[in-house]
Write a new protein. Sequence first.
Length: 350
Amino acid sequence: MLVVMKALATPEQIHAVCEYIEQLGFRAHPLPGAQRTAIGITGNKGEVERGNLEDLSGVAEVIRVSKAYKLASRDVKEEDTVIHFPGTDASIGGRDLAIVAGPCSIENRDQAFEIAELVAAAGAQFFRGGAYKPRTSPYAFQGLGLEALRIMGEIRERYGLRIVTEAIDNESLELVAEWADVIQIGARNMQNFSLLKKAGKLRKPVLLKRGLSATLEEFLMSAEYIMSEGNYQVILCERGVRTFADHTRNTLDLSIVPAVQRVSHLPILVDPSHGTGKRDSVLPMGRAAVATGCDGILVEVHNHPEKALSDGPQSIYPDQFVRMMDELEQIAPVVARRLPRGIHVPAAAD
Ligand code: PEP
Ligand code: MN
């Protein structure tokens, strides 16, 4: 159920409607839009009695949302969600493309700093690096944990880059929330509902990667789990799905970008690194991704990929990243986008 407020509804009227909803034992989610505020109602088992709601002052109409996902849906919020990063000019979901670049894993301080310096110089605004790695083999490198978070904290200070890193369980979630600007929830955890709910209680952007075989609806329902707890800053990320094709690690499903944009206001990034698993495919698929009109790219870059402790074969060399930025900059205007170069953080130390 969705309560659409009148364009001129006052904050007091919006507050009163939210209180009324909460008194009924439901949860109210006020979502301000450019024209008017809509208030999503969740927690109801059946239909909410609309009569009383429609009589409250400031209410324009009460609409039934038929889709399984509600807060993630354009029915509830028509205009695109734009996530801003306070104190910087970086955003995800607006006209500017978001470029998230860095190694799969933080391996040591020197490796991380060298790559951060290169991607910052090429104009990325976000730095990625795994501290907690969900590895297929228990014998594979599992990440440096807190040490990696501290290294990324230093990188943030030094270059102004905003940090994106993955939380794999409730314990790492708390630490990641403390150190990162964006909490990544990986493909393998897309349906870890207790982790999603916990991330929903935080007030930090969450980058949710598509599950290995998730449908569009399953993907959006996972976003809904986070949003239903009151965290509306969700960024979706297509990273390829399992198919019969064996020329790539996964099949990058670029067709999900327009499909998401049709039904959801949430931003969507594309990860051509995990989506292909092959270094030589990363740049072509990155170009194609931007051409679909997605909101940005997440890409693995390594200074010595042949020695990388994880995902070396899909990590691009720094000079390939420079080329990628140049090409994406040229494609961006064709789809009414812009590629910002570098992040401006007035308070950051140089
Ligand atoms: C990653 O980004 O390094 C990662 C593990 O991604 P995914 O969850 O998409 O496999
Ligand atoms: Mn990886």
